[in-house]
Design a protein around this ligand. Structure first.
Ligand SMILES: [Zn+2]
Ligand SMILES: [Zn+2]
Length: 403
C-alpha cells in the first residue's frame, strides 16, 4: 500500500485470490483492496457467517489479513450504496471527504475543462437509481461545481440506461483489429498562443503527402494528438525539495564520495572522475600521422571504470574484437600498424530507467548525443535500440519471497 506500483500489485494478488475464492460458490468481486460478495441462494445467517470465515481463512493461508462483515443488506462499496431491501442504489461518499474539482480557469486542456461537469453528471446519474435520489445527492456536487467557477446545474440523465447498454460490446466487436495509432502528447499551457495541435497536424499533411513513401504509415489516421497535463504545482515543489535535501545529505555525509580509484592519478581516463555512474561518454580516436579524428558515443549505467575495462579488454582480446564499433575500428588500426591515441570524456550525466518515471533518460540522452555530435564510429541502427535498463525491473527477475 502506498508504494509506486501498489495498484498493479493489488490487481495481480486480487486475481489470484479470486481464483481461490471461486470454490466457495459465491458471487464475489474485488476492486484493489475492496471486495463485495453476494450469496444468492437462500442461506441462513449462520451459513453466511461460515462462508465469511472461509474467506478469511483463504486470505490467512496466503499470509494476508482481511476484515469483513457478513449478513448485510445495505452496503457502501466504493462510491455507491447498494440496498438489497429496497432494491436501490445511490451515490456514496465518505462522511468527512470534501468534493473539489479543478477550477474553470485553471491551466488545463480545454477538453478537460469542458467535459468536467458532463463527467460528474454522468457518474452521478449512473450511480443513482432514480431522479429523486439524484437530486438528494447532487446538492453537494452542485456546490462544488459552482466553487470551481462553472455555472451549470447538474441534471439527472434519463438516457443513462441506454448509455450502459451501448457500452457493452457485442462479441464480433471485441475481435475488431486494433489500429496502430501513434500519439503525440505535448504538454498543454494556456500561455502558449500557438495552436500546437493544429500546426502539428498541418505539418503531417505537408511532409507526408499521398505520394510520399511513408504516407501509408504516417497520415492523419495513424498519428493523433492529445494534450497532456504537467505535474501539479504541489508535485513540482515536492520534487524540488527532495532534490535539495538529497544534495544536502550528500554534502553533509562524513564519507567523501570517491570519484577515482586509479593507482596513478595522472593515468585516469577521465581526469579523476572514472567512478562516475550513469553517464553518456565519448571516445575520441586521433591518428597524429594523418590528423584524422574519429568519435564514438556510448553509455553506461554502471561506473565508467567498469565500462572502460570492458572496452580495454575488447581492444586486447581478439575474440571480443567485434563487441563494439569502436573495438572493430581499433583492431583495424592495429592491423595497419597505425599509431593512435584514445581520449575519453563525459558528455552528460543522466538517470536510467526507474519504474516511476516510465522512461529512460540515459538511453534518450545517448540517442540525442548521437544525433547532435554525429560520431563517426556509431552505427545508425543504434538510434533504434530498445532500452536495456527497463528489463531489470521486470517481475520475472525476482524470485518469490517465502510467506
Ligand atoms: Zn580514475
Ligand atoms: Zn535505458
Amino acid at each position: 500500500m502506498g508504494s509506486f506500483d501498489g495498484a498493479e500489485t493489488c490487481e495481480l494478488v486480487g486475481l489470484f485470490l479470486l481464483s481461490q475464492l471461486n470454490k466457495l460458490n459465491i458471487d464475489v468481486g474485488l476492486y484493489r483492496d475492496d471486495g463485495l460478495a453476494v450469496c444468492k441462494k437462500a442461506q441462513t445467517p449462520k451459513q453466511i457467517e461460515e462462508i465469511k470465515q472461509k474467506i478469511c481463512k483463504i486470505f490467512k493461508n496466503n499470509g494476508l489479513r482481511v476484515t469483513g462483515e457478513a449478513n448485510k443488506k445495505i452496503v457502501d462499496f466504493l462510491d455507491t450504496t447498494l440496498d438489497l431491501r429496497k432494491e436501490l442504489y445511490k451515490p456514496y461518499k465518505k462522511p468527512n471527504s470534501c468534493v473539489t474539482y479543478i477550477h474553470k480557469h485553471s491551466n488545463h486542456p480545454p477538453a478537460i475543462i469542458k467535459n468536467l461537469p458532463k463527467g460528474i453528471n454522468h457518474r452521478l446519474s449512473t450511480n443513482s437509481k432514480n431522479e429523486e435520489i439524484f437530486k438528494q445527492a447532487s446538492t453537494e456536487y452542485n456546490q462544488a461545481v459552482e466553487r470551481s467557477g462553472y455555472n451549470t446545474t447538474l441534471q439527472f440523465d434519463k438516457g443513462k440506461e441506454k448509455t450502459i447498454t451501448d457500452r457493452t460490446l457485442r462479441p464480433e466487436e471485441t475481435k475488431k483489429r486494433e489500429r496502430k495509432i501513434t500519439w503525440y502528447n505535448p504538454p498543454y499551457s494556456k500561455n502558449v498562443a500557438t495552436n500546437v495541435g493544429k500546426t502539428f497536424l498541418r505539418l503531417i499533411n505537408k511532409h507526408f503527402p499521398k505520394n510520399n513513401k511513408l504516407h501509408k504509415f504516417i497520415n492523419r489516421n495513424t498519428i493523433k494528438i492529445s494534450y497532456s497535463c504537467l505535474p501539479s504545482f504541489k508535485q513540482t515543489i515536492l520534487n524540488h525539495n527532495k532534490r535539495l535535501l538529497k544534495k544536502q545529505k550528500i554534502e553533509n555525509s562524513t564519507t567523501p564520495t570517491i570519484l577515482c580509484n586509479c593507482r596513478k592519478r595522472n593515468e585516469c581516463p577521465l581526469d579523476g572522475n572514472c567512478l562516475t555512474k550513469c553517464i553518456v561518454y565519448q571516445a575520441t580516436v586521433t591518428q597524429p600521422a594523418t590528423k584524422k579524428i574519429d568519435t564514438f558515443v556510448g553509455l553506461t549505467d554502471n561506473s565508467f571504470k567498469t565500462r572502460y575495462n570492458l572496452h580495454k579488454s575488447s581492444f586486447k582480446l581478439e575474440h571480443k574484437k567485434s563487441s563494439t564499433k569502436l573495438s572493430e575500428f581499433i583492431w583495424k588500426l592495429k592491423s595497419n600498424n597505425t599509431y593512435h591515441k584514445i581520449e575519453w570524456q563525459i558528455l552528460k550525466k543522466q538517470k536510467s530507467y526507474t519504474s516511476d518515471m516510465k522512461y529512460c533518460t540515459l538511453c534518450l540522452q545517448e540517442k540525442f548525443e548521437i544525433l547532435k555530435n554525429a560520431p563517426t564510429l556509431n552505427h545508425r541502427k543504434e538510434l533504434f535500440t530498445f532500452c536495456v535498463h527497463k528489463k531489470r525491473h521486470l517481475l520475472s527477475n525476482f524470485t518469490a519471497l517465502p510467506l
